[in-house]
Ligand binder design. Structure first.
Ligand SMILES: [Zn+2]
Length: 108
């Protein structure tokens, strides 16, 4: 018995399994074309969710940034700490997500 990657969700499944235990993709009667097609769909879904994620990170960053400068937040107040954290976390998440998108595109 060997462990293979599910062609649909890329999680580890047994090669003896009739279907993937994670996404219920049938693993019998599956040819190379079908695998390629499923991998393309999986990659598309992954890049789509990364795009959504980078959008959320961007919103977090902008939200924190705007709150910091539009409102007169006092340094060391809770509001100030929250906006600074949102800005920093949003920025880091955005960069990380963009890099992941870049790698995903490059591995095509
Ligand atoms: Zn699967």
């Amino acid at each position: 018995m060997a462990i293979i990657d599910c062609p649909s969700c890329n999680k580890k499944v047994s090669d003896k399994a009739k279907e993937c235990s994670h996404c219920q993709q049938s693993l019998i009667d599956i040819d190379n074309d079908k695998i390629k097609q499923l991998q393309r769909i999986a990659r598309l879904k992954q890049s789509q969710s990364l795009m959504n994620f980078s959008f959320i990170a961007m919103l977090l960053f902008c939200g924190g940034f705007l709150m910091l400068f539009w409102r007169d937040t006092l340094p060391n107040s809770l509001e100030y700490i929250l906006s600074v954290s949102a800005t920093i976390i949003g920025f880091i998440l955005y960069i990380v997500t963009r890099v992941r998108i870049l790698f995903l595109k490059r591995s095509k």
